[in-house]
Write a protein that binds this ligand. Structure first.
Ligand code: DC
Length: 230
């Protein structure tokens, strides 16, 4: 049986994960958050006191890492690092920068590739990331490039951090968003860019509800997924 795949790429804070999670639930697809996988490698480097930008040292650490993805009874994706559930730990703010740095290392990307492709071979997936439509699943049934203005994305990220009880300053969050865009978009290996055959959806000025319906309409239209499947 051929499983269907939807690739959602775009910069951080465009709403990819929240929207993809809800769309997956609505369509009965598996939601795969590939950023969580890079975050797990970033966390491993940080815990070992390794500079996440030091390519050779990070690459040498990879054979010692057992990274696994699992789905709990809640249907949500959990990440495991050498057997430990690190789903919460990878969300800490300083893991974001570590993840972005290790993600620029080609050995890291190669190391994580098969895990992502295997998941798409075995399930209907909505996979979110930066290079899903361009590199990981170039044959995806539908590719969406989801973006929004940096200020709108920083605003969302700022609120999310406050809601989680973490301290944050808006200007700092905006600087981090811009810096991460620069790093993710300018790296040599699999930089963030829109695939030629991807649909561009800009969520600046749209709330989550509006973005959700726009994407669901697009998916139903393009994949012929009927409402009865919901
Ligand atoms: O989506 P996120 O913010 O959780 O991703 C964390 C980092 O991982 C981000 O800086 C970009 C990187 N990443 C990537 O390079 N390729 C992916 N497919 C997913 C994430």
């Amino acid at each position: 049986m051929k499983y269907r795949s939807i690739a959602i790429d775009g910069p951080s804070g465009a709403g990819k994960s929240t929207l993809a999670k809800r769309l997956a639930q609505e369509l009965g697809f598996l939601y795969v958050d590939t950023g969580a996988i890079y975050r797990t490698v970033g966390l491993a480097a940080r815990r070992r006191g390794i500079d996440p930008a030091a390519g050779e040292i990070v690459a040498a650490m990879l054979p010692e890492l057992d990274i696994a993805m699992g789905y709990g009874p809640d249907g949500l994706q959990h990440m495991f690092l050498n057997g430990e559930d690190v789903t919460a730990a990878i969300r800490e703010n300083d893991v974001s920068a570590c993840a972005s740095k290790v993600a620029a290392i080609s050995e890291v990307r190669d190391f994580l590739m098969e895990m992502q492709r295997r998941t798409a071979r075995e399930h209907d997936v909505i996979m979110d990331g930066r290079d899903i439509g361009t590199v990981v699943l170039p044959g995806a049934d539908l590719k969406i490039f989801l973006t929004a203005a940096p200020e709108a994305r920083a605003e969302r990220r700022y609120k999310e951090l406050l809601e989680r009880g973490q301290q944050a300053e808006f200007d700092q969050v905006l600087r981090e968003v811009i810096e991460r865009d620069r790093r993710d978009g300018s790296r040599k290996t699999a930089p963030l860019r829109q695939a030629e055959d991807a649909e561009l959806v800009d969520t600046t000025g749209l709330d989550l509800e509006e973005s959700f319906w726009r994407l669901l309409g697009l998916i139903r239209d393009r994949l012929g997924v009927k409402e009865e499947n919901a």
